[in-house]
Design a protein. Structure first.
Ligand code: AMP
Ligand code: MG
Length: 380
């Protein structure tokens, strides 16, 4: 029953906690997880339009012959085609004439240079019917803005899972009360409930003494009312480790012990149709197991960590056959690199979904490949 972390994750994935879904308004959907692929209901942008204030023109005209004949504002319907020599005054976001192939910036004057790439073409960011966001995407602010851009007012998401937390241990007392000899303050319930809050779950805390009958009763009660039970303590080899005993003797165990340190003794199984993950009592173990097993199972790792590479400045001891999670402090962000992947127009909200940082290029500077520039790394 002693398994690797990957095997434990594989077993957990056979018991999906995120299975119920609901449809909610975009304004309620921040940090919820999409339960279906989302198609664009319209092209983005929906029509050819101007990205500047200036004039719409025909690039084949002689610049000196241009005559301004009318104005087009954002919100106007599609204008008539241009006749040779005509220029339409146009504002940012206004539809361009069907045959316009260039724009002139207001700063350059009516007879200024013709710029072809300042027309934002219909569907250039995303075309109607295309999958714009995939199932399981976390709906942070940029994906939500993208959904609005492509016409969605509501979105299907996974329901928040209901999780019961059971802390076990006769030595545990609530902080705030007096500590008698042999007792310690209980800290795993606040650890786990705050982690679950961040993971998007709804949690309820229960406490059990080290008594097999009261623990069994609590298992029954929580199995009825929750999608998942997380316990802390009582999973290793001690005589009062009743979480382990109950699951092995009366439940349906799937694994016990994982090849990791800290966090070796977790147990996982089903209790009357509800999954139970027994976390170790030691707080760091509980925390590390939550991050390694629970986060990928019922939430999104992006909420909790960014995988990076670091150069060690301290020696670290490993362990045979175990993945070792020693606590490290990161001192530097050297050697990060950056790339771009989409059209960078200010109308393309998808560029904020696909990327996660903003360059800070000072006036009159471009960035060459190999340059080091300032940037903002976004945690959305
Ligand atoms: P156990 O797995 O029950 O043997 O607990 C292992 C260690 O973790 C013991 O030193 C316990 O006192 C401690 N511990 C267990 N549960 C908690 C908790 N909820 N808060 C703080 N420490 C705990
Ligand atoms: Mg205990």
């Amino acid at each position: 029953m002693n398994v690797s972390i990957d095997r434990a994750l594989e077993i957990l994935s056979n018991f999906p906690i995120l299975s119920n879904t609901e449809v909610i308004g975009l304004n309620k959907a921040y940090k919820r997880i999409l339960s279906e692929d989302m198609n664009a209901l319209v092209d983005s942008p929906p029509f050819d339009n101007s990205s500047i204030d200036g004039w719409a023109i025909l690039s084949t005209d002689n610049p000196n012959d241009r005559q301004e004949v009318e104005s087009i504002f954002a919100g106007d319907t599609i204008p008539r085609p241009l006749q040779p020599g005509e220029a339409f005054r146009i504002m940012t976001g206004a539809p361009t004439p069907p045959n316009a192939d260039a724009l002139v910036m207001v700063e350059d004057g009516l007879h200024g240079v013709a710029r072809k790439n300042f027309i934002r073409r219909k569907g250039e960011n995303i075309s109607k019917g295309m999958v714009a966001l995939e199932k399981n995407t976390m709906l942070t602010s940029a994906p939500l803005a993208l959904l609005a851009t492509i016409g969605h007012s509501q979105v299907p998401v996974y329901s928040r899972p209901k999780v019961s937390i059971i802390s076990t241990g006769d030595e545990l007392v609530k902080p705030g009360s007096r500590l008698e000899p042999g007792q310690i303050y209980e800290s795993n319930s606040i650890l786990l409930s705050s982690l679950l809050q961040k993971a998007g779950a709804i949690s309820t805390n229960f406490k059990s003494s080290d008594n097999i009958d009261s623990l069994r009763e609590l298992f029954d009660q929580c199995a009825e009312s929750s999608d998942l039970i997380l316990t802390s303590g009582g999973v290793s080899m001690g005589d009062h480790d009743f979480v382990r005993r109950l699951l092995i003797e009366e439940g349906e165990p799937y694994f016990w012990k994982i090849k990791m340190r800290p966090g070796g003794p977790p147990i996982f199984g089903m209790w009357k149709g509800t999954p139970i993950l027994g976390l170790p009592g030691n707080p760091v173990s509980s925390h590390v197991v939550f991050l390694t097993l629970v986060v990928p199972w019922l939430s999104n790792p992006r909420l909790f960590y960014k995988k990076i590479q670091v150069r060690l400045k301290t020696e670290l001891k490993g362990a045979p056959e175990k993945t070792v999670f020693r606590r490290l402090k990161i001192h530097s962000t050297d050697e990060l690199t950056a790339t771009t992947h989409t059209h960078q127009g200010s109308g393309n909200i998808n560029s904020m979904v696909v990327h996660d940082a903003l360059s800070i290029l000072p006036p009159n500077t471009s960035g060459e490949v190999g340059d080091i520039i300032d940037a903002l790394w976004l945690i959305d």
